[in-house]
Design a protein around this ligand. Structure first.
Ligand SMILES: [Zn+2]
Length: 264
């Protein structure tokens, strides 16, 4: 009897295993929308209209910022909790022992965006509150910038990039509107106190990482031009980025400092 059940179950599970992401968790459902598919568990059914709206809004903001459409439809995976998100990251990043930090709530690559259900951030995360509606919208938009970027980068999940964390994260921070007054002031203060990092590899590190990386991309956008910024999307290395901008790291850092000091 047991053998019969197993034989019956294994072929039934194969499609799930092949599709990957949801194999470990039962009860996943999907809902197809224009431009994306939402994956969710029954615990989030009631929030689907909200998440659908936030995704549509985010996709629109990102396409408007770049003046370009997404190249393919992505899957938006709404995890019921941190354990579910971690198990996906462990598999996708081939890091079976990986445990996320409490501030990590979402990720985005060319194919998909994963996030802990935003209504649960209060209990499942630190530093994020669903009730901060503007920040919640910006965070979802930030991840969708990664999706957009991944669709146009030679490394769709960014695993084969080198030295451009500041650009990947800075672009998502800047294009999603996360370069707010508070973050920009903190960066200006760090520059004034000579506490800003002296190399780009240190930009996506520490408490100021969003402000530092985001403001560098803002500087490129405002100084080198929006078209130039968009032309950086396919590249995976710092050397390629400098070559396209016709500059080097030292010049870029110096120009950024002056640009930031002149910001109101
Ligand atoms: Zn990011």
């Amino acid at each position: 009897m047991k053998k019969t059940i197993l034989l019956f179950l294994i072929p039934a599970l194969f499609p799930l295993l092949l599709k990957g992401q949801t194999a470990q968790i039962t009860g996943w459902q999907k809902e197809k929308h224009k431009g994306f598919t939402l994956m969710y568990t029954s615990s989030d059914s009631e929030y689907l209209p909200l998440y659908e709206m936030l995704t549509i809004q985010g996709i629109e903001s990102v396409s408007t910022f770049f003046g370009l459409p997404f190249l393919k439809e992505a899957t938006i995976c709404v995890h019921p909790g941190r354990r579910s998100l971690d198990s996906t990251w462990q598999r996708d990043w081939s890091m079976p022992e990986f445990t996320s930090e409490c501030w990590m709530v979402a990720s985005g690559t060319a194919e998909r965006m994963d996030m802990i259900s935003p209504v649960r951030w209060e209990t499942e995360a630190c530093e994020h509150r669903f009730a901060d509606s503007l920040k919640t919208v910006q965070l979802i938009t930030h991840e969708l910038v990664h999706v957009f970027h991944g669709q146009r980068n030679v490394s769709p999940d960014f695993s084969n990039t080198a030295g451009i964390d500041w650009l990947i994260e800075g672009l998502a921070t800047y294009a999603s509107g996360q370069c707010d007054g508070e973050r920009m002031s903190a960066v200006k203060k760090a520059i004034a106190e000579n506490a800003a990092p002296g190399n780009l590899d240190s930009f996506w590190k520490g408490n100021l990482k969003y402000g530092l990386s985001g403001s560098m991309v803002m500087y490129i956008d405002k100084t080198f031009g929006h078209e130039k910024l968009i032309s950086l999307l396919p590249y995976a290395t710092k050397a390629e980025v400098f070559s396209l901008l016709g500059t080097n790291e030292q010049e870029l850092l110096e120009g950024w400092k002056i640009f930031m000091q002149n910001q109101k």
